[in-house]
Design a protein around this ligand. Structure first.
Ligand SMILES: Nc1ncnc2c1ncn2[C@@H]1O[C@H](COP(=O)(O)OP(=O)(O)O)[C@@H](O)[C@H]1O
Ligand SMILES: NC(=O)OP(=O)(O)O
Length: 311
């Protein structure tokens, strides 16, 4: 089997936690513990989010007096691919002695005509109380929106059209390597009429890119790993219920927030609709259990998942 796994940026760095390197490395090592058994049995592509991390780097860049202007978001996105990609590379190498692991800088094609540039929805950076978020928005020209009980900065998140290096990733998988790629949804780029690539100021949703990449690579399964064990109906309400299995149509009938669960649900439903294969959302440390059908919210065309173990 070929499996694409996406690790959540918020799951690697939980809301409210200090963005320290050792905290993130610890969370990544926990995730890699559950990915290692998958990698031993299957072809594995690992991608990751970068929302909290890209916002931290944006704050650092804005505070750097030696710069005449802060680094743009495409550059910051590439920096997060280097940082998180390094942690994943090393953790996977340590967990899988003898296996080739690579970590790539990737670009994702988007369109400058995407309406997302006029309506930012992607949460980046730390969480704030409402008053502080609104003050920062006034002072720094940010747009801020509510994220659960907190407030956060938002930036445009255009739809991914293609991971530029898809063919190379396919070759790496065929060679037996585990590929860490398209982190942060890929560095957003556009191609001009001469075919030249240029970065644009945005953060692509990594779940939508993961689904696109999984489709392009003919993956058999797509797992989106985050900080909740399952998608819930009535999330945040006292009568909220976990969803264990669903068809794309059943899951799409729910109402999920644009900045968090919405793109995940959209991504897995799209993958299942396009391929007829399985996709799931679940906890960062339960990848193997999800693939066995024992955890997570699993979406398949029939809403059932085979009893037989795939591991
Ligand atoms: N219906 C829902 N079921 C479960 N979680 C939900 C739901 N709606 C919103 N969420 C929120 O979505 C978050 C996961 O999305 P997000 O923070 O974007 O993940 P990540 O950065 O890990 O990819 C959860 O922590 C939870 O607070
Ligand atoms: N780029 C992205 O979607 O990051 P998160 O998963 O951290 O939101």
């Amino acid at each position: 089997m070929r499996v694409v796994v996406a690790l959540g940026g918020n799951a690697m760095l939980q809301r409210g936690d200090k963005p320290d390197a050792d905290i993130q490395l610890h969370n990544i090592q926990k995730a890699v513990k559950s990915l290692a058994p998958l990698a031993r049995e299957h072809e594995l592509v690992v991608t990751h989010g970068n929302g909290p991390q890209v916002g931290v780097l944006a704050l650092q860049s804005a505070a750097d007096q030696s710069l005449s202007q802060p680094y743009p978001f495409d550059v910051l996105g590439a920096m997060t691919q280097g940082m998180i990609g390094y942690w994943l590379l090393q953790s996977l190498q340590n967990a899988l002695p003898g296996r080739q692991v690579c970590s790539l800088i990737n670009q994702t094609l988007v369109s400058t005509a995407d309406p997302a540039f006029q309506d930012p929805t992607k949460f980046v950076g730390p969480v704030y109380e409402e008053d502080e978020a609104k003050r920062l928005a006034r002072e720094r020209g940010w747009i801020v929106k509510q994220d659960g009980k907190w407030w956060r900065r938002v930036v445009p998140s255009p739809k991914p059209a293609r991971v530029v290096e898809t063919r190379l990733i396919r070759q790496l998988l065929a060679s037996g390597a585990v590929a860490v790629c398209a982190g942060g949804g890929g560095v957003p780029v556009v191609r001009n009429e001469l075919g030249q690539l240029t970065g644009v100021e945005a953060v692509v949703d990594k779940d939508l890119t993961a689904a696109l990449l999984a489709e392009a690579l003919d993956a058999d399964a797509l797992l989106l790993l985050t900080d909740v064990p399952r998608v819930m109906r009535g999330f945040g309400q006292p009568d909220a219920q976990e969803i264990a299995n669903a068809t794309p149509m059943q899951l799409r009938s729910g109402d999920f927030p644009a900045g968090s669960m919405g793109p995940k649900v959209d991504a897995i439903c799209r993958f299942v609709e396009m391929t007829g294969d399985m996709a799931a959302i679940g906890a960062l440390d339960q990848a193997a259990e999800i693939l066995r059908g024992n955890a997570g919210t699993i979406v398949t065309p029939s809403g059932k998942y085979p009893e037989t173990s795939l591991l």
